[in-house]
Design a protein around this ligand. Sequence first.
Ligand SMILES: Cc1ncc(COP(=O)(O)O)c(C=O)c1O
Length: 359
Amino acid sequence: MTKFIPVSEPSITEKEIDYVTNAVKSGWVSSIGQYIDAFEKRFAEFVGTTYALTTSNGTTALHLALVTLGIKEGDEVIIPDLTFIATANAVTYTGAKPVIVDIERDTWCIDPQSVKKAITAKTKAIIPVHLYGHPANMDVINHIAKEYGLYVIEDAAEAHGAKYRGKKVGNLGDIGVFSFYGNKIITTGEGGMLTTNNEKIYKRAKFLKDHAMSVEKRYWHPEIGYNYRMTNLQAALGLAQLERIDELINKKIQIFEWYKEFFGDIQCIKLNPQKEWAKNVFWMVCLILDTDFGISRSELMAKLKEKGIDTRPFFYPISQMPMYNSGKINPVAYDISQRGLNLPSGVNLKKESTIKNSP
Ligand SMILES: Cc1ncc(COP(=O)(O)O)c(C=O)c1O
């Protein structure tokens, strides 16, 4: 039988097993413990921010970022059409409206010109998403945000370690948000992180994340908060992964290079974008089929599946989902979404798998 090659799988070594075992043995199995502190400290150092705050997942980190900034019903938040649904849902949880705009063809990330056109008196924030590991065009976005007095929350769920003009994502806006879901660059099983350089934002987020419990008076809750805490067990896994993050990112880049070498001469496909100012961490290696590819995306995916090669279609545009469908079409997002697929990009992948089993 052909070996199954998954789109993604985590890399778990003795280090991860040791740290998680230590955490379990310590008895600190909930959300207080040395691994939480160490993971937050090391993650802030990695991103280059003053603060990092663990959360239960990337979606709660996004929601926490929004409520921390005071986003509420009646507000508007601009997001890209091509992203995972969590970006839009987190905005909706606050009562605000996600305003969904098109992406750029050469980064697949939010198009700053479309952002500018979508700004109204109700707009409070922009959420650029560093899609599939490539950073958004942050200087232009930050410039627009400054001009109109808007917050910038980076959705860096898929882009740990990616750089915009030499600076790490998560350190480019008011708040950065990361996910540690099992398929992410580093994982804690489920988990998330909020990063910021602003002490007020950090303290407010830390307060809201833990049921808004008073720092001075235990079990006193002056407002409605949330339980968005990560456990020490998850943080133990996260710390071990973080200590290996350069190795994991380098492997992602190497996997992309293998595909590039193999597909390089094929005319009717394109791989991930790579702007000259960007360090792309290639969370997922992506293939875009030209319209004259010959067979449809679903036929190609079925053929690869027969050979034991797992793939995923690109995200559907958010504005196509029933709850977000306003009838407006964002042409670039719709086009890229229809023609894109993710190839096996797991860090345990071997070069022979990408070549021998490819079409
Ligand atoms: C762009 C983006 N934003 C947010 C999330 C939400 O993260 P989580 O699954 O950890 O809630 C994800 C991934 O899952 C994502 O890809």
